[in-house]
Design a binder for this molecule. Structure first.
Ligand SMILES: Cc1cc2nc3c(=O)[nH]c(=O)nc-3n(C[C@H](O)[C@H](O)[C@H](O)COP(=O)(O)OP(=O)(O)OC[C@H]3O[C@@H](n4cnc5c(N)ncnc54)[C@H](O)[C@@H]3O)c2cc1C
Ligand SMILES: NC(=O)c1ccc[n+]([C@@H]2O[C@H](COP(=O)([O-])OP(=O)(O)OC[C@H]3O[C@@H](n4cnc5c(N)ncnc54)[C@H](OP(=O)(O)O)[C@@H]3O)[C@@H](O)[C@H]2O)c1
Length: 533
């Protein structure tokens, strides 16, 4: 049988003002842009209908004034109020472009709008706030969501792509090798340097990428949840014991609205009203923010919904991303991560971050960890190894910069490298101090500027150190340095950007507006890149 050759695709309308040669070239160009992995992107019936429909506005970073992770959701939604459905969906996302959902914020919004994605709970940093807003928007704009829209390159990007190499949908198995605590014993933090072996699983990465990990819930927490439900841990659900499914498949973090909905079905009277109120995002007892799955089940003690229904009501356990802190050139077949342990107390019970405690405390050397590599979009070393780089990464934000420095050292790059690192106490929290000292001596780290926030009587942060050395920093910028920021998205990243604007204004003799547009220009030119969470 002969394979059918698809007819040539004519993406430029026949009446367009181009010569036949130009039309042929443009058709070829657009076909290439719209293709995935070199194969022509298949046009579905819906896409064809969409191509015939009037253009609908898709979400796009360039026309999204709300694209700022430090803005609260209320402000973002107000900014997008008069906009089309897809941009409004985008405004509901947490704006970190963190990739945890498997998309960027704009692409996730467009995928929902185009009905190529149905899951409304994927935005990890947005949490329940975002999930609720997406649910509300999806209900409000249901009709327009269903309406066809013009399929653009971005929309094609957002379409799920069948992949054979390990990915979020098809993770590989990395082997856990070791962990080492990076803080001294007196630190308030517990931060781990974690190493994994990739040699058998086909995962590869370049510096700047993040590592996605599918963690497991703490078995002791799972046992408490099952006991509170009065269920049998061995009960077979879909071919798996309940206990195994609860360990690996579902989130036991913040109780989802669907769980309260389920309680409202099995309860009566006042308890039903409370469960319904919680499902609607209300807070009848003032404790909604503290209700993880176990606390929610205990709050409605004796409700005893069917465990299978409980599993269905819970959100899937989402992978967590970690900035890769190694270069494959210095560590072939290995990857390292720099992980701060999330652990806090609510009432009598310790709450554990799932993935940070899984990697930092539970998984044992030799065990397999389901994982994938999340490619960086716009967080890359300059192509030219002579280009100077300035890296600003307090706390775990230092992770990708260790990788950058290892990479440049392995390449014998001669461009200057200036690292701003900060943390709470010099004595306890100076991650990778010995390595950085070696790099300083070797010349691969030209400058190291430190900021210890709790050593003095007043807080002192990386941006305070940047201001102190503003004139030299300005000189590096004038010489073409690329600037990188990594770490906390909510406050640090914004404050560091503000410091850079102030430095440009003071040392570049610019007005504030000019300095703001100078930093905007750096971003557009790919000379100011951020990896924030
Ligand atoms: C691109 C990217 C790169 C990242 N890189 C790193 C990295 O290099 N190193 C790193 O450590 N992390 C990094 N993170 C964060 C990481 O992905 C996880 O979010 C983090 O480890 C927490 O996950 P967890 O499963 O341990 O905690 P979860 O189970 O997800 O619990 C965290 C949640 O607990 C709640 N919480 C936390 N602390 C408190 C508190 N004190 N009081 C009340 N509630 C609280 C918050 O709701 C928080 O969202 C990165 C994130 C992204 C998106
Ligand atoms: N999703 C999660 O649960 C999770 C888990 C881990 C990390 N994170 C995020 O990742 C960030 C990194 O955590 P981390 O443990 O690496 O370190 P961190 O908590 O960010 O602290 C690193 C250093 O940054 C300082 N800092 C605080 N506010 C700052 C600001 N506005 N500007 C500049 N520096 C500031 C801290 O000082 P002080 O503390 O003395 O003020 C500390 O010295 C966290 O802030 C958090 O947002 C989230």
């Amino acid at each position: 049988m002969t394979a059918q050759v698809p007819p040539p695709r004519t993406l430029v309308p026949p009446g367009a003002p181009f010569s036949p040669e130009q039309q042929a070239w443009l058709n070829g160009f657009f076909a290439a842009v719209l293709s995935i992995d070199g194969a022509p992107a298949p046009l579905s019936a819906a896409d064809n209908a969409a191509l015939a429909a009037p253009a609908a506005e898709l979400a796009d970073n360039d026309s999204a004034p709300w694209h700022d992770p430090s803005l609260p959701i209320g402000e973002r939604m107000a900014m997008a109020e008069s906009r089309a459905p897809a941009p409004r969906l985008m405004a509901a996302m947490a704006q970190q472009d963190c990739g945890q959902c498997g998309y960027n914020c704009a692409d996730y919004a467009n995928a929902l709008f185009l009905k190529r994605e149905e899951r409304l709970t994927l935005c990890a940093p947005g949490g329940k706030e975002t999930a609720r807003m997406l649910k509300q928007l999806a209900a409000e704009i249901g009709a327009s969501v269903a309406a066809p829209a013009v399929v653009t390159e971005r929309a094609v990007e957002a379409a799920p792509v069948a992949q054979s190499s390990p990915s979020r949908d098809n993770p590989g198995e990395a082997i856990f090798v070791s962990r080492r605590r990076l803080n001294g014993a007196g630190s308030a933090k517990t931060t781990w340097h974690v190493e994994l072996d990739l040699s058998a699983c086909g995962l590869d990465y370049v510096v700047g990428d993040s590592f996605g990990v599918f963690a497991k819930n703490h078995p002791a927490l799972v046992d408490q949840v099952i006991a509170a439900l009065g269920a049998d841990p061995r009960r077979d659900i879909g071919g798996k014991p309940l206990r195994d499914a609860m360990i690996a498949d579902v989130s036991l973090g913040a109780a989802p609205d669907n769980l309260f909905q389920l309680f409202s079905y099995v309860l009566g009277g006042e308890r039903r009203a409370k469960a319904r109120a919680l499902a609607n995002g209300e807070d009848p007892d003032g404790d909604a923010a503290t209700l993880d799955v176990l606390a929610a089940i205990r709050k409605f003690e004796g409700a005893r919904p069917d465990p299978e229904a409980v599993l269905e009501a819970l959100d899937p356990l989402a992978p967590r991303l970690y900035s890769i802190s190694s270069s494959p050139k210095a560590n072939p077949g290995r990857v390292s991560l720099t992980i701060d342990t999330v652990r806090y107390r609510v009432g009598p019970r310790d709450r554990l971050g799932v993935a940070s405690t899984f990697l930092g405390e539970r998984v044992a050397p030799g065990e397999a960890v389901k994982a994938y590599v999340q490619r960086a979009h716009g967080f890359r070393l300059p192509n030219n190894p002579e280009t100077p780089i300035v890296m600003i990464g307090p706390g775990t934000g230092v992770a990708p910069f260790r990788a950058f420095l290892q990479e440049r050292q392995a390449l014998g790059a001669r461009g200057g490298a200036w690292l701003f690192f900060g943390h709470q106490y010099r004595q306890h929290d100076f991650f990778y101090e010995d390595e950085f000292n070696v790099m300083r001596k070797a010349g691969s780290l030209s400058r190291l500027s430190l900021a210890w926030s709790r050593d003095g009587s007043q807080k002192f942060y990386v941006q305070d150190r940047m201001r102190e050395v503003g004139s030299e920093l300005w000189r590096w910028l004038a010489e073409g340095a690329h600037v990188y920021v990594c770490g906390d998205a909510k406050r640090m990243a914004k404050d560091v950007e503000r410091a850079l604007v102030d430095i440009a204004a003071e040392h570049g003799a610019r007005s504030t507006e000019e300095a703001v547009s100078f930093v905007g220009g750096l971003k557009k030119a790919g000379r100011y890149q951020a990896d924030v969470y």
